[in-house]
Design a protein around this ligand. Structure first.
Ligand code: G3I
Length: 418
């Protein structure tokens, strides 16, 4: 049907007034009937199903110089050709909560890096790689320092990104007062409870209720939607790792930590996180047995973190089957620390295989309903932990060390579109 000329003219001259929310104002959520767009310079970001908020600068397009597709990488090898400029935006469109990345405080002075990091169309979630760990937050007994953790929590809030707390109880990166004390069970239980409740309590959000909804404007910083409460409790053969916690308290340290975390922040999803549980095998079976026994005992546990520090050409073929077996126990899963390393030097063939491997991992999460999101263990080879740990290996991330996208980026895009 064709509009009459006079009606079309009328439409052209009547100003259509669409109210917009001011920065920090509400712009959506269940039951919200006000404006759903934001004043210029801010964008509407979902905080939770009941509340979306206009955040300054959020959603701005990536700088064209910082993160362009590039058919060749810095070494003249194949690069990314994808024109998709927002991995997180695509992940959300496809039904996941986020695609995010780890980051670390020293990197935040690198403005070429932060231009990509801060774009919430690209990354919808941040995990601090080091600054919320025990050695960083409680270096002396009962003395807590949150400066660096707060920097990343503040950044996530400013950027309109989710935050993952990482981590509470881990055998590694412990201050010497934890590892060198000769503990009895009572003393170590108290130390775990103080640590977990203080750290998780420090970062918790304002409790949700129908009449007092959390808003980012009245939170001191972004609070974590999930915590890796217990990190890497297993050996690769599925036995419990011997460390100060297990050797003093047995498996009960896990329950002690989870209970303390739930009490400190009832709204955060509580996870146990580990590596080499991507495919089926004894270590994944051990994790499943642990989840079952925690649930049977009524211990709070919401998710299993599937770290996914993988090797090019060696992505387990049983990953989907494995994730479905874990989620069948009544917990969610997340890909928490994805990187896929290769033996150097990189070649076109290795980059192509890496692209395919990233696609496999991402598409596996997409195929598993209760796989809620995916986090890269930093997005650039410039700041990857791999070379300093695995001699002769590296180039594990989707951006190269000059912040140029690699074929792996296109693999992620293809995985998200599957
Ligand atoms: O803080 C010291 C600093 O004072 C010193 O000057 C500097 C000298 O090298 O070292 C600094 O500590 C380093 C720390 O990162 C902070 O930068 C450690 O040497 C270094 O070993 C440590 O590496 C971290 C590693 O965990 C420790 O195991 C990586 O950055 C971090 O990405 C990595 O993350 C872990 C996850 O938490 C758990 N899953 C595995 C993953 C990879 O190992």
């Amino acid at each position: 049907m064709q509009l009459s000329h006079s009606f079309a003219v009328l439409l052209a001259v009547i100003p259509i007034v669409v109210a917009q929310s001011a920065v920090w104002g509400q712009c959506g959520g269940i039951g919200w009937t006000g404006p759903t767009t934001c004043d210029s310079g801010s964008s509407c970001v979902v905080s939770n199903p009941y509340y979306s908020q206009c955040l300054p600068g959020a959603g701005s397009a990536p700088s064209s110089t910082a993160s362009p597709p590039s058919p060749t990488n810095s070494a003249g090898l194949p690069g990314s050709t994808s024109t998709v400029n927002g991995l997180n935006a695509l992940a959300k469109t496809q039904g996941k909560l986020y695609l995010g990345t780890a980051t670390d405080n020293p990197e935040l002075t690198d403005t070429a890096y932060t231009t990509i990091l801060d774009n919430n169309m690209m990354f919808g979630q941040l995990t601090p790689a080091n600054s919320m760990k025990w050695d960083a937050t409680e270096p002396e007994p009962g003395t807590f320092t949150f400066t660096e953790g707060d920097q990343i929590a503040d950044l996530a809030q400013t950027n309109g990104q989710l935050l993952r707390g990482h981590n509470c109880v881990w055998y590694n990166q412990l201050p010497s007062w934890v590892t060198s004390t000769t503990w009895n069970a009572t003393g170590l239980t108290a130390a775990i409870e103080r640590h977990v409740s203080t750290v998780v309590g420090h970062y918790k959000g304002i409790p949700s209720s129908s009449d007092q909804l959390p808003t980012q404007a009245n939170l001191p910083f972004q609070s974590p939607d999930a915590w890796d409460v217990v990190n890497e409790p297993f050996n690769d053969d599925g036995t419990f790792r011997s460390d100060v916690f297990y050797d003093t308290l047995g498996e009960s340290y896990i329950t002690i930590a989870l209970n303390a975390a739930r009490a400190a922040d009832p709204n955060a999803k509580l996870y146990i996180n580990d590596y080499n549980i991507e495919g089926t095998g004894v270590k994944s079976t051990a994790m499943q047995n642990l989840i079952q026994s925690l649930k049977a005992a009524g211990t709070p546990i919401d998710g299993v973190g599937i770290e996914s520090h993988l090797i090019v050409g060696e992505v387990p073929t049983t990953m989907q089957e494995n994730l479905e077996a874990i989620t069948a126990l009544g917990v969610e899963v997340a890909i928490t620390e994805l990187d896929i390393r290769m033996t150097l030097p990189e070649t076109a063939a290795l980059l192509e295989q890496q692209k395919s491997d990233y696609q496999t991992v991402i598409s596996t999460c997409m195929a598993v309903e209760k796989c809620v999101g995916m986090t890269l263990w930093d997005f650039t080879d410039k700041y990857s932990w791999v070379p300093s740990t695995f001699s002769g290996q590296g180039d594990a991330c989707p951006w190269d060390e000059n912040l140029v996208r690699k074929p792996a980026y296109d693999g992620i895009v293809a995985g998200l579109q599957s």
